[in-house]
Design a protein around this ligand. Structure first.
Ligand code: SAM
Length: 287
């Protein structure tokens, strides 16, 4: 099968099957060989790796992955793409095609079946409508992963790298930075996709930490606090957290914790870094 990174080959496959792009699935297929090669090199895949690809589309990146990895497992939701993938990937005996929704897939079971429970590498040109739940799901489920190299909306990639005091800093920045080191490795313009998205894109590599950069007694509680703080980001931290009604935390509890930490009682959550959220969570845990 000829490389699908070449636009004429992608068009030929789409025409052969009369494929109609489905907006609801965030379908923007890659048609640029340089970008595909860049993703493969930045994901640092070796012949020992088992790769999980989310949303293979017609199998363009899957072909590149199959050439470089030991095994590739790809999960695609769209029924119409399954027969296409069977054809475009027929030359590879190291690819498993799974028809399903990644948000309902037991990734840990895939890891056990195809990689003896050892860490997977995730590589994907993500459907942008569910970028955050996919990333959070992968991290929070504690599936063994060594890295996640993904194409996302440029703005979302920026958000993952942000630090306190910037307008895009938020729950996603903190969650990503707790679990992994984020690095934007390429900016990708709309003309590298078919159809062209309305936004710029970027490839970001998230390298999983062996141990998070901060210690916290109760990770779940810290993330509940973070979500509460950013759900009402214009409010003070005291109000945002006590309004959320989580863990029975009252206004007074938050005020006492902030005082102990030497922080202003009118501070907003967006001013706190990961270390301070961990400390706040531990202080509130002592209640
Ligand atoms: N990897 C292909 C490429 O780069 O050309 C396609 C990328 S396209 C941005 C996103 C793909 O994810 C589409 O094939 C879409 O059908 C699939 N998809 C969307 N939602 C999904 C879900 N919940 N689970 C699995 N695949 C999904």
């Amino acid at each position: 099968m000829a490389s699908l990174g070449i636009p004429a080959n992608t068009i030929a496959v789409l025409q052969k099957y009369g494929f109609q792009f489905q907006k609801k699935y965030g379908q923007n297929f890659l048609i640029d060989t340089h970008v595909l090669e860049k993703i493969i090199s930045e994901s640092e895949i070796t012949a020992d790796d088992c790769v999980l690809e989310i949303g293979p589309g017609i199998g363009t990146m899957t072909q590149y992955l199959a050439e470089n990895a030991r095994h590739v497992v790809c999960v695609e939701i769209d029924d119409h793409l399954i027969p296409i993938l069977k054809e475009t990937l027929s030359a590879y005996d190291n690819v498993t095609i799974i028809h399903g929704d990644i948000l309902k897939t037991d990734v840990k079971a895939l890891c056990d079946t195809y990689n003896e429970g050892k860490p997977l590498k995730v590589v994907a040109n993500l459907p942008y409508y569910i970028t955050t739940p996919i990333i959070m799901g992968l991290f929070e489920s504690h599936v063994p992963l060594s890295s996640i190299t993904i194409m996302v909306q440029k703005e979302v990639a920026d958000r993952m790298q942000e630090t306190p005091g910037t307008k895009d800093y938020g729950a996603l920045s903190l969650a990503v930075q707790y679990y992994a080191k984020p690095e934007i490795v390429a900016n990708v313009p709309p003309n590298c996709f078919m159809p062209r998205p309305n936004v710029g894109s970027a490839v970001i590599r998230l390298t999983r930490y062996d141990k998070p950069p901060v210690e916290v007694q109760d990770e779940k509680k810290m993330f509940a606090l973070i979500r509460a703080a950013f759900n009402q980001r214009r409010k003070t931290l005291v109000n945002a957290v006590s309004n959320a009604g989580i863990y029975g935390i009252t206004k007074e509890d938050v005020q006492n914790a902030l005082e102990k930490m030497g922080l202003s009682l009118t501070i907003r959550g967006e001013a706190l870094d990961l270390f301070q959220f961990a400390r706040l969570s531990d202080e509130l845990g002592k209640k």
